[in-house]
Design a protein around this ligand. Structure first.
Ligand SMILES: C[S@@+](CC[C@H](N)C(=O)[O-])C[C@H]1O[C@@H](n2cnc3c(N)ncnc32)[C@H](O)[C@@H]1O
Length: 360
């Protein structure tokens, strides 16, 4: 099983622009969907694999993207575009199989999918070019331990997120986390994580003050609009229904907690944010499941900007780099805090959040 397989298709880093074999890409994503519990997408990818080389709409849609990088998650882009049509109520027959709109997967799923693809092929050909916009709030739980490590330095936090999508994880401190009799966050929060850690949990009973939160994204989403909500929902696997509940709860928080997300390319934005040290605060730059979308050069440029800013950090103005990116056995949460600059692996997590193995 590949990392991409385990991840359900949107997580594995692979150099941008390197052609990937279409069958292998789709099979890896099919296996990943099955492994994370989405039998619906696994079945659809089985059908897509049967059709991808035959003349017809599936081939017409996918063949032009055969050379797209593995990390760009072609299958999720395709399935997300179709899901959007379903969420908009424009494919009632397919919707009768999609739990995200109250359906139940049945024997006619694959045929209904093909009919929908054929009917909306022109629209899908446009949408399939959009990048994946899975803003997964479960990743806040994965990142929490690292963020609290930074908070334990005793200074208020400025939090900057690269590839923030709708910025839902920028509101991480407005969610509630409970484990082993301790807790962090707003007890009344509609977003709740209970016993997310498989063994020991990080120390949750810590004070933490965020004085600034801001993100950037190549294509930011305003989660408070109906269109933004629809886009975010379309990139959630339709049969993983608990994730819709969490997403809606996070959108509720987003309505009252501002967290601006600038439309900007990550490397330049990060360099700009970190150019001005802020004495008396800990500055955090964070990202989750973003590096694979950047491409090699941009990825290196972002890292260089962070390391350069780290060299200018001081005990009164520390810099922390908190990231959750694919590793060998799940997503790895790592943290480097300057001026010491020691990199630490703190947690290994599912690609969408819990379960989390805290190793810090
Ligand atoms: C899979 S999503 C992850 C979103 C969010 N970090 C999360 O964990 O929920 C990847 C995000 O990276 C953004 N992205 C990709 N390339 C980017 C770039 N060069 N600069 C800024 N954002 C980028 C995409 O638009 C998308 O929102």
């Amino acid at each position: 099983m590949t990392t991409a397989g385990r991840a359900g298709g949107d997580q594995r880093a692979r150099p941008r622009g390197r052609p990937a074999d279409l069958d292998r890409v789709l099979e890896g994503q099919r296996d990943g969907c099955r492994e994370i519990g989405s039998e619906l997408y696994a079945r659809l990818l089985d059908r897509i694999l049967e059709r991808v080389h035959d003349p017809g709409p599936v081939r017409d849609l996918l063949a032009p993207h055969a050379a797209d990088s593995f990390g760009s998650a072609l299958a999720l882009r395709f399935l997300g575009a179709v899901h959007r049509v379903v969420l908009e109520g424009r494919a009632p027959e397919l919707g009768s199989h999609y739990p995200s709109v109250g359906g139940t997967p049945g024997p006619g799923l694959e045929d209904a999918f093909e009919a929908t693809v054929a009917e909306h092929v022109a629209e899908l050909a446009v949408r399939i070019a959009d990048g994946v916009q899975t803003n997964e709030v479960g990743r806040s739980a994965s990142l929490l331990g690292a963020l609290l490590e930074v908070a334990s330095l005793g200074l208020p936090l400025r939090v900057f997120e690269a590839g923030a999508s709708a910025g839902l994880n920028l509101r991480w401190d407005y969610y509630r986390y409970e484990a082993g009799g301790t807790a962090f966050g707003d007890p009344a929060s509609p977003v709740r994580f209970v016993d997310s850690w498989t063994s020991s949990a990080p120390r949750l009973d810590q004070p933490c003050l965020v004085v600034e939160r801001r993100g950037c994204d190549r294509s930011p989403i305003d989660a408070t609009t109906e269109d933004g909500r629809l886009t975010l929902r379309s990139y959630v696997w339709p049969d993983l229904v608990e994730r819709f509940t969490r997403l809606d709860a996070a959108i509720e928080v987003a309505r009252r907690v501002p967290a601006p997300v600038d439309a900007a390319d990550a490397p330049g934005w990060v360099a700009e944010r970190l150019a001005r040290p802020a004495p008396g605060t800990s500055t955090v730059v964070m990202h989750s499941i973003v590096q694979q979308y950047l491409g090699r050069e941009a990825r290196q440029a972002m890292i260089d900007a962070i390391v350069a800013a780290g060299a200018a950090a001081s005990p009164d103005a520390p810099l922390a780099w908190v990231r959750m990116e694919p590793g060998h056995d799940g997503a790895e949460v790592r943290c480097t805090i300057w001026p010491a600059g020691e990199e630490r692996l703190l947690a290994i997590s599912g690609y969408h959040g819990p379960p989390i193995r805290w190793v810090g």
